[in-house]
Design a protein around this ligand. Structure first.
Ligand SMILES: [Fe+2]
Length: 243
C-alpha cells in the first residue's frame, strides 16, 4: 500500500510544538515514506504563540529543499491547523485564514476539554463562504462526546478527520472508544497521523494503520488515507454535486 496523503502532520521544524529540528523532520519524513506516504500537507498550529505564516512559508521551502537533498521522496503541500473561533471565521477570505491545499477546505481544531455549543452555527457560517471545514481529531474533543454530535456536524457539511493513533489508544480509552464508534458509523472522511515527533513514529503509526485496516478493511484505508485526502488537497469535493 502506498500513495498515502497526510493532511495533519507537524513536520515543519521549529514553527510549533511539532518537529524541533530539521533532523527531526527528516527522520519523521523517512518513517512516513517507509509506511507508504507520498504526500504530506504539514499543518502547523495557526496560533499567536507560534510562527506566523511568512515564517512557516520560508521553513516549508527549506524543508522541501532538505528532502530533495536527502533524496526522501515526499511531496509537501500547503496547510495549517486553525483554531476554530470567532476570530478565525472573521479571518476567512483573508491571508490570516490558512487554507488546505487548493483553498476550498480548511483544517480546524476545537478545544479538547471545553464544550463548543455554537459549533453548528460556526460551521454553517464557514460553509456559506464556500469553504468546507475539516475538523481535526473529533474523537479527542469533549464536544464530540455529546451523543449524535459527530453525525450532526457531518450532516451540516463538515468533514471529520481521524487521528489514526486514537484507534490504538494513543490518546486514551475515551478517544479510542469514540474513534472506533465514528469509524464504524462511517463518519470519517479522512485519516491522518497528527505526527509531532520522530520518537517511535514508525512503530506507532504502523500499528495504527494496521488497526485501521483490521477494523475497517482495505477499501477504507484507500479512501481515508489516499483518495479522499488527495482530493481535498486538490480542492475537489468528495461527492459529486457538493459535499
Ligand atoms: Fe495537530
Amino acid at each position: 500500500m502506498s500513495g498515502f496523503v497526510d493532511l495533519h502532520c507537524h513536520l515543519i521544524p521549529g514553527v510549533d510544538d511539532g518537529a524541533r529540528t530539521l533532523d527531526d523532520a527528516l527522520e519523521m519524513a523517512r518513517a512516513l515514506v517507509d509506511l507508504g506516504f507520498q504526500t504530506v500537507a504539514p499543518s502547523p498550529h495557526a496560533r499567536p504563540e507560534y510562527a506566523p505564516p511568512e515564517v512557516v512559508a520560508d521553513k516549508l521551502a527549506e524543508l522541501r529543499a532538505a528532502l530533495d537533498a536527502a533524496r526522501i521522496p515526499l511531496t509537501l503541500g500547503q496547510n495549517a491547523e486553525n483554531f476554530l473561533d470567532e476570530d478565525f471565521v472573521r479571518a476567512l477570505g483573508t491571508p490570516r485564514a490558512r487554507m488546505l491545499g487548493a483553498g476550498r477546505h480548511v483544517l480546524v481544531e476545537v478545544p479538547y476539554t471545553s464544550p463548543v455549543p455554537a459549533l453548528p452555527d460556526v460551521l454553517f457560517r464557514i460553509r456559506t463562504r464556500g469553504v468546507t471545514p475539516v475538523i481535526a481529531h473529533p474523537e479527542r474533543c469533549l464536544e464530540f462526546e455529546r451523543k449524535g454530535r459527530a453525525a450532526e456536524v457531518v450532516r451540516a457539511g463538515a468533514l471529520l478527520q481521524l487521528d489514526v493513533g486514537a484507534l490504538t489508544g494513543r490518546y486514551g480509552p475515551q478517544a479510542r472508544k469514540l474513534a472506533r464508534a465514528f469509524l464504524d458509523e462511517g463518519l470519517y472522511s479522512v485519516g491522518a497521523t497528527d505526527l509531532h515527533s520522530p520518537v517511535g513514529a514508525r512503530e506507532w503509526v504502523g500499528a495504527a494503520l494496521a488497526e485501521l485496516r483490521g477494523r475497517a478493511g482495505e477499501q477504507a484505508v484507500v479512501q481515508l488515507m489516499r483518495e479522499h485526502p488527495a482530493r481535498l488537497l486538490a480542492g475537489e469535493s468528495l461527492e459529486s454535486g457538493g459535499e
